[in-house]
Design a protein around this ligand. Structure first.
Ligand SMILES: [Zn+2]
Length: 348
């Protein structure tokens, strides 16, 4: 079984050869729900309707992003299909949907959307952050968690026959919760057993990504096949960014399209797309282009074109031309949007 996957990429529609993977977004959500469980329960108890997004409220809803019930999810297949078609029209070809347990993943929904849109989709395995996990699941042993993740890659995800092609996004809060530590350790073992890459959502603290690398390495995981998400909101000095790159892990700038200094989760100054490219440029200048991947991490309706946002196509419609304007060579751009995704998504 493992041999069949080795050297190939596992999509929601089955295995493909790496050279058949086109320009790829490494961290998105297509069908998901990231509404916090207690907000969901309150809204249901109160009979609150999901917010209606209109031209005269979209800017404010997008700015505060997580405050309006209904903005943090999408289960509408027609909307998702229209968004995926727009991605193709912009020049994109593939999406990694990291909606895993806790984010209401829909692997079969993704498979049918991949078939109808022609976009290659890879499903993520494992667990999102502790807050989204029912308490009764948190006693599971590392071995049990490992077995579940391995099954999601080799058998199918959450009762379906759709197999995961990557482990993640593995959710971590700050400080790290005991359940999250176990899931990180299980992910490292599952990586060794399956050959999949791991993507981690680190806690919102500059020390969090370093702690994650330590746990993964200690548990026998391969840091060069560990992708650290959300560098944009976690590390702000180039020294810290380079120090993380020294561990060997891959740095993911995945807030492209968020062009606001205001961050709804914490009091940090978010970079703009121009600033993200400046960090990436600095990494490339030091010979680290192989350790960079990019995405938008779309997880609110207001970031989809249907609701007035930039959509999945922004990377190819706007960011890639901006890279060219800023002096990125064709090879460098290709490495970041095609070469690195092919390498990381291929099983070893
Ligand atoms: Zn995400």
């Amino acid at each position: 079984m493992t041999d069949q996957r080795k050297g190939r990429i596992q999509t929601v529609c089955g295995l493909i050869e790496p050279e058949d993977l086109g320009p790829t977004l490494m961290h998105e959500h297509i069908l998901w729900d990231v509404t916090r469980p207690e907000v969901q329960a309150e809204a249901e108890a109160a009979g609150t309707h999901p917010v209606t997004i209109t031209l005269d409220n979209v800017w404010e809803i997008n700015r505060r992003s997580t405050r309006d019930y209904g903005n943090q999810s999408n289960d509408d297949h027609a909307v998702a299909l229209a968004e995926l078609i727009r991605l193709r029209e912009a020049g994109g070809a593939a999406i990694v949907d990291l909606s895993n347990f806790g984010l209401k993943p829909d692997p079969e929904g993704l498979r049918s959307l991949s078939q109808s849109s022609g976009v290659t989709i890879v499903q993520g395995a494992g667990y999102y952050v502790d807050e989204y996990i029912p308490d009764e699941m948190k006693d599971k042993s590392v071995d049990r968690l490992t077995g579940e993740i391995v099954d999601q890659v080799t058998q199918g995800c959450w009762g379906t026959e759709v197999r995961a092609g990557i482990i993640g996004e593995i959710g971590c809060m700050w400080p790290l919760r005991p359940f999250e530590r176990k899931v990180l350790q299980a992910s490292a073992t599952a990586q060794r057993e399956t050959g999949a890459a791991i993507n981690v959502h680190p806690g919102r603290h500059a020390k969090a990504p370093f702690e994650v690398v330590d746990i993964i390495v200690e548990a026998g995981g391969d840091p060069t096949r560990l992708i650290m998400s959300h560098i944009d909101r976690t590390l702000f000095s180039i020294e810290e960014v380079l120090r993380l790159a020294e561990t060997g892990c891959v740095l993911e700038y995945d807030f492209f399209g968020i062009e606001t200094s205001y961050y709804w989760f914490s009091g940090v100054d978010l970079p703009t797309d121009y600033m993200r490219l400046a960090y990436i440029r600095a990494l490339i200048e030091r010979g680290l282009a192989d350790q960079v991947v990019v995405s938008h991490d779309i997880c609110t309706k207001t970031r989809m074109v249907t609701y007035g946002g930039h959509g999945y196509g922004h990377m190819f419609r706007n960011v890639v031309p901006l890279m060219r304007d800023k002096g990125f060579t064709a090879d460098e751009i290709d490495t970041i949007v095609v070469g690195n995704p092919r390498r990381l998504l291929s099983f070893v």
